[in-house]
Design a protein. Sequence first.
Length: 171
Amino acid sequence: MNLLDIIKNRRSIRKFEDKKIPEEVIDKLAEALIWAPSAGNLQSRKFYFVFNQEIKKELAKAALFQDFIAQAPLVIVGCTDNKIEKRYGERGKNLYSICDVAASIQNMLLLTHEQGLGTCWIGAFKEKEISKILNLPENLIPIALVSVGFPGEEPLAPPRVSKSEAIEIVE
């Protein structure tokens, strides 16, 4: 598969097979996360890999009862690190660190698809509850959950806007 095919064929998966993800693939996911670009190379992000079934159930509950989260073999919680504020002020805290986490997650989503895994990027959750469940320090803010596992479904591609609607050429 070439990269554009991976980009076009990746889907959000909300049903997973009851199958363990191999350790070597877990390691590749970590590599994809840490090799994403980051503002000032500060890497103001932290990721929690959650395998514990009871904690995954709590995360699903905090994510507005999206039960598929607990069915995934792995849930990754992406957090911004507000320590970036020391260098980049409010813009670093409220934008750059979020972009850092988002770039890392996109790297990881593409790698998971290449590895035959499925994912769902989840933004609907109660931030304070996630922080409490994982006992996060104050500087870490959870901004995304990603369920990861072998797909138990093959959703169709959702419609996309045309290139002309999405892109404005400035010459």
